[in-house]
Design a protein around this ligand. Sequence first.
Ligand code: GSH
Length: 279
Amino acid sequence: MSSETLQRPSIERFRTTPTMYHIPVCPFSQRLEIQLRLKGLEDRVKFHVVEITKPREEWLLQKTRGTTALPVLDLGDGRVIKESLVILRYLEDLFPEPAVAQSDPYRRAVENMMAAMEGPFVSHGYRYVMNQDANGRDDFRRRMLDHYSRLNDFLVQHNPHGTYLFEDFGWAETVFTPMFMRFWFLEYYEDFDLPEVDEYARVRRWRDACLAHPAAQQVTKERIVKLYYDYAKGAGNGALLPGRAYSSFVFDPGWQERPWPPKDKYGHDAMDAELGLVS
Ligand SMILES: N[C@@H](CCC(=O)N[C@@H](CS)C(=O)NCC(=O)O)C(=O)O
């Protein structure tokens, strides 16, 4: 192989434009949008929107061999990749420059250790917003704070004085930022925020910088709070609540046209009209 071939920019490695099947406002898809933005590759991947409130089309189920979770990256030649972290890794391997992940093996291990903390963090945050038992609130809050405390400790251990895990917004930030944004639903429906004490000071600095990063502005607090109302009432993934004809995830009427939902998730069941879901 000639040295010219070896040095050919990896941007030529997609044989056809791949398609990302995704659900708008899905945090797992946002990871990929952030990574593509950081790499300047937004227009190298087509985004095909799938509506979560409708049954998956048969042709899509065939591609995914029956699974419904998105995002899925269809390479356009029969190959399909599932799982946001796997797709992230694939795109990082394919387009290593500019690097989002660390290249030094130890630093890579550190960011992977942090990324491995996202599963329990995310599931707890979702269980917390979906909780319908007012008596369980304190326990959910305490356990959510435990997760933040572990993240704080990790950042203090590896980069006590910095902002990000390393010098810049990178892999760990790409993995966690969409979740910090989804957890605006905890702020709104559970009055949850990080107490202003030392125990959370380092993770607060990290989270706030992640939320403000220009590559991560695909969603807003207002959109998340409005779309996730049904999660706050215990119904996930576009499922319909009793007495409702529409999910808070419907596309029409658009979220901009709807009022902010009631905050008192334990006290009041808002119906379609109050949520602005009837056009
Ligand atoms: N572990 C998966 C989770 C993906 C996921 O749960 N996606 C949600 C949307 S945010 C979804 O597709 N829900 C609908 C379903 O699972 O049928 C990943 O990281 O890609």
